[in-house]
Design a protein around this ligand. Structure first.
Ligand SMILES: [Zn+2]
Ligand SMILES: [Zn+2]
Length: 461
């Protein structure tokens, strides 16, 4: 099931370090399985994909409950044994992962063996990965049915990962130097006897009560907003996708000020690259005077209907990414980041990283998994140019817009505003809108029908 996902190693990762953090409570060694095989099996699975770099493995569990012989076997195959209270395992793994990232710059591979990646790790990890990308492997004993926001290069079911070494005859033997860690005491011990003695000591009991943290330290939550431009982005292109239905031009505001306001806000942070702005929405609802004001300052107008606006914006965004490799900045002006854009953007940002700006008419109630360099409230962004004197004829120099007027229902482009207005009031356009709407209705009916059919068949989701 997961086989297709596991692609061969890219050259820069083939010999790079691999660090494995293994939650032994979530993914225990199956009954009857020889623990000597854990490291060779994991290494064999990596080797199959072309990864031959040095592998470090740390096994987390409540080591007071782990049998002594198992600890001995793990440690003699070079697996570090770490003690945590079960409730603190994720927090301890994550803190070790953060420390490892700080010490080991990419290219390198991280692997998590845990069932809690989606629920516990993914938000912060996806943000970290957007900032500094590492290769990522996962293994779990319970397959997740959710579409993850994490980009991975390989995923395994834990038991099938352990099957990897069946044909080979060599076990890892000899004296690989292992380590024993007590996480609550921040202690490392070289010998098993000393480790076991420590775990049953009074000193340990006191420290464990004091120091067992169960919450992940979400480092990226503290990342600041509105950074100054990095040199590679300072003069790079900026493309703005603006949902005018969510963030309309405020009452009494001069439409010709929109572009200078946006550009002034960028300039304040040190961005001076060419800016293209496309305004999406149902332009029949916006007064002609405002639309003319926008287009006279080089803002492209793209007509959509509310039912397809995010789809069209996403499609244009994807196409733009293909034509414009980083470094470049993408800005979205929308109140629908979570349901309209975030999921696919977070995913894409781990593969090809752009600088991201956001603006919205109200602040989202929770922090997005999407890492941004700047965010604004729409109305305060527009207020920027009120303190500066807009030079309207100059600002169009930064305009990058081509295809100034487009109908995203009929997929037509127009050169003049009057032709565009004429198209919007034409019967052809009205007919096209009606057929898109009926297609959406039909799709919804089909979806409801197949859901009902699956329910009748007793299928589970
Ligand atoms: Zn301890
Ligand atoms: Zn049309």
């Amino acid at each position: 099931m997961w086989g297709d996902k596991n692609a061969a190693a890219k050259p820069e990762y083939a010999t790079a370090k691999i660090a494995v953090w293994w939650d032994m409570d979530d993914c225990p060694i199956p009954e009857g399985y020889d623990p000597h095989w854990v490291r060779p099996s994991i290494e064999a699975a990596f080797k199959k994909l072309g990864y031959v770099g040095p592998v470090s493995i740390t096994a987390y569990a409540n080591q007071r409950q782990t049998p002594n012989p198992l600890q001995r076997v793990l440690s003699c195959t070079g697996i570090a044994v770490a003690h945590t209270k079960t409730a603190s395992t994720c927090a301890a793994m994550f803190s070790d992962l953060l420390g490892w990232r700080a010490r080991n710059p990419p290219p390198a591979t991280m692997m998590l063996i845990s069932n809690q990646v989606e629920d516990v790790f993914s938000w912060d990890l996806a943000r970290l990965q957007q900032e500094t990308m590492y290769n990522l492997f996962l293994a779990y004993s319970v397959g997740s049915c959710f579409m993850s926001i994490l980009v991975t290069s390989a995923e395994w079911l834990w038991e099938s990962l352990l099957d990897n070494n069946k044909d080979e005859t060599t076990k890892t033997t000899g004296e690989l130097s292992a380590m024993f860690y007590c996480k609550p005491c921040e202690l490392h011990v070289r010998r098993l006897e000393g480790f076991r003695k420590h775990l049953w000591s009074l000193k340990h009991a006191v420290q464990e009560l004091r120091n067992s943290c169960t919450q992940l330290d979400l480092v990226t939550r503290k990342w600041a907003k509105n950074y100054a431009a990095k040199p590679e982005h300072a003069t790079a292109k900026i493309a703005v996708w603006w949902d005018m239905d969510d963030c309309p031009i405020p009452e009494g505001y001069d439409a010709r000020q929109v572009r200078p306001s946006i550009e002034a806000a960028f300039e304040k942070l040190g961005y001076s690259g060419p800016v293209s702005i496309t305004a999406y929405g149902d332009h029949k609802r916006t007064p002609t005077r405002l639309l003319r004001g926008l287009s006279s300052t080089g803002v492209a107008l793209a007509l959509t209907i509310p039912q397809v606006i995010h789809k069209r914006m996403n499609a244009d965004l994807r196409k733009w990414r293909v034509d414009n490799p980083p470094p470049a900045t993408i800005m979205l002006i929308s109140d629908h980041m979570d349901d309209g854009f975030s999921h696919s953007l977070v995913y894409e940002q781990q593969r090809k990283k752009y600088n991201i700006f956001l603006a919205y008419s109200y602040r989202p109630y929770k922090m997005s998994a999407l890492v941004t360099s700047a965010e604004w409230l729409w109305e305060s962004l527009l207020a920027v140019s009120e303190t500066t004197t807009p030079v309207l004829d100059k600002c169009s120099e930064r305009s990058e817009s081509t295809g100034m007027f487009s109908c995203k229902v009929c997929f037509d482009g127009y050169k003049s505003f009057d032709d565009f207005r004429m198209h919007l009031s034409s019967d052809d356009h009205a007919g096209e809108v009606a057929s898109v709407l009926s297609l959406i209705r039909l799709n919804q009916q089909n979806r409801a029908y197949s859901l009902l059919r699956d329910l009748r068949k007793g299928r589970t989701f």
